[in-house]
Design a binder for this molecule. Structure first.
Ligand SMILES: [Zn+2]
Length: 335
């Protein structure tokens, strides 16, 4: 638009009714979001190779469904930033940024569906596609004091039977009240069945936002070792609460460890050796999942852990585009 035309447009604005002004504002907002979505996708593309052959020789090749397409000079195939990522089959890529916003704000499925103008089932699918890549975005070879401890969640089949309404799904057994409260302390032993308790192992580097997590089938040396492989090593001093599984894992992975016997003494032993930071993380995680989200399906637990890690890493600086870029597979956190 020429400058003179734009001046004319501005001059006409006072003639708009309140409703027309509101419409104009909404249209401008949408345009702005679209632009931001495109730039975050472009940012994710910068320096990435062709998803078909890994070649770095590619050129821009028009737009498709609102996103930049590229053509590879080596294999001649075209692609966009979402090709071969969990986001590839999501339509209306224009809404990537908007969905990133919903995740950033921590909106519920219902609120997200309303925001995007889609069905709850679509909002649910999008949420999990966006978080899928982030599950793998774990820290590597942490150096320093690393508190590791497990916490337990009730096994939940929420949403597994009827994806169309994940909030009110059919279950194979009577519903528990809001995810329930797992037994703690002495109750955890023989009296309570541990079969329906799912261990979630969380590790946290002291004084830094690096967090590792994994849902385990059982709290065993083998599984703990597997979960922490690549995360801890010779530069790590693990603080653990006396768990034999974690002690075994530390030995297997060549990490130093200090065991804090929680049951027999004060939680803080010799100053720096404690698991308080990771335990406070457990608490916040539980409040969010069990109270705010009213319990989540065990199947999707890794995605929620990933979501929590994103929030922890950025704290108040969490931006919608971070969800888009990491949803496209680029690791932004724990690096
Ligand atoms: Zn190629």
């Amino acid at each position: 638009m020429r400058t003179s035309q734009f001046k004319n447009l501005l001059a006409q604005l006072p003639q708009l009714s309140a409703e027309q002004l509101a419409n104009l504002r909404a249209a401008a907002d949408l345009l702005h979001q679209h632009t931001q979505a495109l730039s975050s996708i472009d940012a994710a593309m910068a320096g990435a190779g062709c998803p078909h052959c890994n070649s770095f020789k590619h050129t821009k090749n028009g737009q498709g469904r609102g996103v930049q397409r590229y053509r590879c000079k080596d294999c001649s195939r075209t692609f966009n930033a979402a090709t071969n990522t969990p986001l590839s089959h999501l339509h209306s890529k224009k809404q990537f940024f908007q969905h990133g916003e919903c995740l950033q704000k921590g909106l519920t499925i219902r609120q997200t569906a309303k925001e995007l103008g889609v069905a709850a089932s679509t909002a649910f699918r999008w949420r999990h596609r966006f978080l899928e890549s982030v599950v793998e975005h774990q820290p590597k070879d942490v150096a320093g004091i690393f508190e590791a401890d497990e916490t337990y969640f009730r096994e939940s089949q929420k949403g597994s039977r009827n994806l169309k309404s994940p909030e009110n799904s059919v279950k194979t057994r009577p519903a528990r009240h809001h995810g329930g409260k797992p037994p703690t302390g002495e109750k955890r032993g023989k009296s309570a069945s541990r079969k329906d308790l799912v261990p979630v192992l969380v590790g946290r580097l002291r004084g830094q936002p690096y967090i590792a997590d994994q849902v385990l089938g059982a709290m065993t040396v083998v599984q703990a070792t597997q979960a922490l492989r690549g995360v801890v090593g010779s530069e790590t001093l693990m603080c653990i609460d006396g768990s034999a599984a974690l002690r075994g894992a530390a030995k297997n992975l060549g990490a130093a460890y200090h065991s804090v016997a929680v049951s027999y003494g004060p939680r803080v032993v010799e100053g720096v050796y404690h698991v308080q930071s990771v335990n406070s993380y457990h608490e916040r995680l539980k409040t969010w999942l069990n109270r705010d989200l009213r319990g989540v399906a065990t199947k999707y637990m890794p995605n929620y852990l990933a979501w929590m890690r994103m929030s922890e890493w950025y704290k108040g600086d969490l931006k919608p585009e971070y969800f888009v870029v990491s949803g496209l597979g680029r690791q932004l956190i724990n690096t």
